[in-house]
Structure formats: C-alpha cells, structure tokens
Design a protein around this ligand. Structure first.
Ligand SMILES: [Zn+2]
Length: 287
C-alpha cells in the first residue's frame, strides 16, 4: 500500500471542532434557490456555515469560491485534489491559489458521504473534471448554447465586478464521477435525493457562485443515439447560510496566508567562487 504523497501537520483537521459546528446552534441569515440552468453568487462571512441542498431532486452544481476581499485568491482545484482527495467530503478542505495557499472552507456535513466508490469506482463531489462551457461545446458539437455552467457563472459574478477571467475550475457538487480502467473521465447520474445536502464552514470571508448545470442530474447521455435535451432532469439547488453560535467558534481564527515569503530567487545571490558557500545579499546564512 502506497501512502498518500502529501502528509504533514498543516493538513490535520480538528474534527471535534467541525463536528461541533455541524451539530451546534445556528441561525439562518440567507436562504434562496438557484433555478434550473442559471447561476448566482453570494457571500458567506468567515465563521458562517453554508449548506447546498438538492431541494426536489438530483442536480449537479458547479461551485466557484473566492476570497471576498481579494478575488485573486480562489479555489485551487488541482492542488486540493492532491492535498485532500479527488472527491471531497466531510472534513476535507478547499485550498486557495498561490501565493495564498490556505483553506477557503472546510466541509462540515455531507449526506452523500457514504456514496462510493460504487461498482464503477464512481464517487461524488468531484474535483477531477471542470465546468461545462460553450467553447468546448461548440468545438465538439458545432452548436452554440449560452447556459453552460461557465456562462452561468460568468453572469452570476458580474454584479460583483468579476468577469469570465475570474471563473475557475470548479468543485462539481453532487456529481458522481471517476476514471475508467483506461484512465478516462466518466460521469454518472447524480445520486442525490430531495433534501440531500453538502455543507461547509467558511474559513475566511467568501464569495461563492454556483451554477445549476444544464445537464441536470447527468442521467441523459451527452452523445450518441440517446442524446437529447435533458431539461426534464434539471432541478434547482437551494442555498442556506447560517451564523453559528459564537461559543462554538472559541479558539478558531482565520488561517494565515502561506509562510513562504515569495522570493523566488528574484534577488540574485552574490556568488563567491573562492568558497563553497554563497552569500545571500538579503543577509541570510549561506546555503
Ligand atoms: Zn455544467
């Protein structure tokens, strides 16, 4: 058995703390539904909890997350795959891009936590794939469609002054995916039932955006003789934001940005060919 490549105390999570958040007192401060084939952005203040709910049937959602104060800090899907897992669930974190590299959120509750791996190796809440978009769609089908997740997210973030260039690789919430025996990406029908949820704790002030995928629960083939418009398998997704009891937050603080100072060797060392040491003009010890 090969150990996970990434280990260390920085990856440890205080499970008792997050269990307390998941099960403790809370007050709902925001509650809305995202209709089919649309997107919406909303804020989740640091120390609050956000719950995504499949309100009346299975539906895949494409989630983007930014630091509300600085949109250059946003979800880093590929590194999160490595630091956590390719499919996330309770106690996993979503990590932010460089040079920030800190948790944006921690998953606190997931009613689909026990789903998978299924008989095909499928798991839910996918970081392997990304959002559907009109560019790839046009390339593969020759047709234009303006309500892919990428476009839904573009419209969703516009009121916050963000653009298409801010939309990034997503967490595919409620989406069941995996890799085939020959290492190709597959998607399966979403297993969520009405009332299933995926809930997370905001480690910093967040801007979130979610698209209700136009593929709905992804039970209708995208290609081949059975392909058709899957609008009948599309459902809304509910969003709830909660303030948690302040007593539950005792001892918690927002994570610090990465400790590395960002030198990148841009300040040239003064090489001294007469010794085996180099001298860093910044005054650090030779190394
Ligand atoms: Zn989509």
């Amino acid at each position: 058995m090969v150990e996970a490549a990434y280990q260390g105390t920085a990856l440890e999570v205080d499970r008792a703390f997050y269990r307390g958040i998941a099960g403790g007192e809370r007050e709902k401060v925001d509650d809305f539904e995202i209709p089919i084939r649309s997107g919406r952005a909303w804020e989740v203040p640091a120390g609050h909890v956000c719950r995504l709910v499949t309100v009346d049937g299975p539906q895949v959602g494409d989630l983007n997350v930014w630091n509300r104060r600085n949109p250059r800090e946003r979800l880093w899907a590929s590194r999160t795959r490595q630091l956590q897992r390719a499919h996330v669930s309770t106690f996993d974190r979503l990590w932010s891009t460089l040079p920030y590299l800190r948790p944006l959120l921690t998953v606190t509750s997931d009613t689909l936590a026990d789903h998978g791996p299924d008989s095909d190796g499928g798991r839910v809440h996918d970081l392997l794939g990304t959002r559907c978009d009109p560019y790839v769609n046009r390339m593969l089908t020759g047709e234009d469609f303006d309500y892919h997740c990428h476009s839904n997210l573009v419209r969703a973030v516009a009121p916050y002054g963000l653009t298409e260039f801010d939309v990034h690789d997503v967490l595919n919430v409620f989406q069941c995916t995996g890799l085939t025996a020959d290492d190709r990406y597959f998607m399966k029908a979403c297993p969520a039932r009405p009332g299933d949820h995926f809930e997370f704790f905001a480690e910093q002030d967040l801007l979130c955006a979610l698209s209700t995928c136009p593929g709905g629960d992804l039970s209708v083939p995208l290609w081949g003789p059975d392909a058709r418009d899957p609008i009948d398998v599309c459902h809304p997704i509910g969003v709830e934001v909660y303030a948690v009891d302040s007593a539950l937050l005792a001892g918690w603080r927002q994570p610090d940005v990465a400790a590395y100072a960002g030198g990148h060797g841009l300040t040239a060392p003064e090489w001294d060919s007469t010794t085996t040491e180099c001298h860093d003009p910044a005054g650090h010890d030779g190394y």
